[in-house]
Design a protein around this ligand. Structure first.
Ligand SMILES: NC(=O)c1ccc[n+]([C@@H]2O[C@H](COP(=O)([O-])OP(=O)(O)OC[C@H]3O[C@@H](n4cnc5c(N)ncnc54)[C@H](O)[C@@H]3O)[C@@H](O)[C@H]2O)c1
Ligand SMILES: O=C(O)C[C@H](O)C(=O)O
Length: 313
């Protein structure tokens, strides 16, 4: 029996739980939130779609009762506040650091062997906080951002190419921030061929810029940050782990010399399998890409510095 807990049954958490159930990724999905009755209500609502959609996963909800989350294989942390138009993700640190730290500690008490997927923002810093405060092996702490950013990159590429997004390949590495993301345009392909065969340098630059501010654009349109693609990207990462898919997915992970960085969690391509991070994959970056990664990591490290200021570390 496989079990996943999703903490935070708001927009992202509920969407993630819904996709996990619909795709029958786990036998059991538990949602937990601090808001009385919300997880229970959303779980019941989703369970009432089971015969319509034809899934067998059992969904339950609970209000802050961590005993219900016991023995989860994977736990997903989405609890915390989202940004509003005009804000950066980094501005959320003051509120979200305390929430993520206490949630992660509570989860671990009941699921000591779980793999932890962090989604709450600022995600790279929240992943680093989970790593530092829980003291777990680095393969079990995974920040979800790159799966979403890469999906957005493929969407914008497909729009520019006039093709289906499944026909393009592309990855975004670096921090999950408006200015720290690095869409790897040089490695992006359409049907296995470099995109530069089909798109002008100006168009490729435009796609990269749209990708980087993808979350901010949606926040401007929605009044709060996005949830359909973020929730699905969370479920995608969970599935790769739980089903031991050995997929290559950019995730925020603890770096110990890889990409020239240490003491940081930042987005790099990893192989995801039953142990969480099975392997960090080092790409042959050129000098410009290396410089972009260094600048991105420096920016993430600066935000990590604020964890002490807010008393989280
Ligand atoms: N990493 C990513 O790619 C990515 C993508 C989208 C959103 N996010 C982030 O995910 C977080 C959630 O976004 P959302 O749109 O779902 O927000 P939301 O407000 O809809 O949901 C957040 C939920 O967390 C709950 N919560 C707050 N404190 C809690 C606690 N201590 N224990 C349990 N639950 C608690 C709230 O009650 C709320 O239901 C935000 O920080 C957002 O910035 C990250
Ligand atoms: O943009 C946000 O603040 C939420 C999330 O990180 C996203 O990229 O959708």
């Amino acid at each position: 029996m496989s079990k996943v807990t999703v903490v935070g049954a708001g927009n992202v958490g509920a969407t993630c739980a819904n996709v996990l159930a619909f795709n029958e990724v786990a036998d059991e999905v538990v949602m937990l939130d601090v808001k009385e009755g919300v997880s229970e209500g959303k779980a019941m609502d989703m369970m009432q779609t089971a015969q319509l959609l034809g899934f067998d996963t059992t969904l339950t909800g609970c209000t802050n009762d961590y005993a219900q989350t016991a023995d989860s294989d994977v736990v997903v942390i989405t609890s915390g506040i989202p940004r509003k138009p005009g804000m950066t993700r980094e501005e959320l640190i003051g509120v979200n650091a305390g929430i993520v730290k206490s949630v992660a500690e509570n989860l671990l008490k009941y699921s000591p062997n779980a793999i932890i997927v962090v989604i709450s923002n600022p995600m790279d810093t929240m992943t680093y906080l989970a790593l530092k405060s829980l003291g777990l092996p680095k393969n079990r702490i995974i920040g979800m951002g790159g799966a979403l950013d890469s999906s957005r990159f493929k969407y914008f590429l497909s729009q520019a190419l006039g093709c289906n997004a499944n026909e393009v390949e592309g990855m975004v590495i670096g921090g999950h921030g408006d200015t720290t993301m690095i869409p790897l345009t040089r490695f992006a392909t359409y049907k296995g061929l470099p995109i530069s065969n089909f798109l002008s340098a100006e168009k490729i630059e435009e796609v990269a810029k749209s990708t980087m501010v993808g979350g901010a654009t949606l926040t401007g349109l929605l009044g709060t940050s996005a949830w359909y693609a973020p929730g699905a990207a969370g479920a995608f990462v969970v599935e790769a782990i739980l089903h031991n898919q050995m997929k290559l997915v950019p995730c925020s992970v603890s770096l110990e010399g890889e990409y020239g960085e240490t003491d940081i969690c930042c987005g790099v391509p990893v192989i995801l399998g039953k142990n969480g991070i099975e392997k960090i994959v080092e790409l042959p970056l050129d000098e410009a890409e290396k410089a972009a990664f260094k600048a991105s990591a420096d920016a993430v490290r600066k935000v990590n510095g604020a964890l002490k200021e807010v008393g989280a570390l």
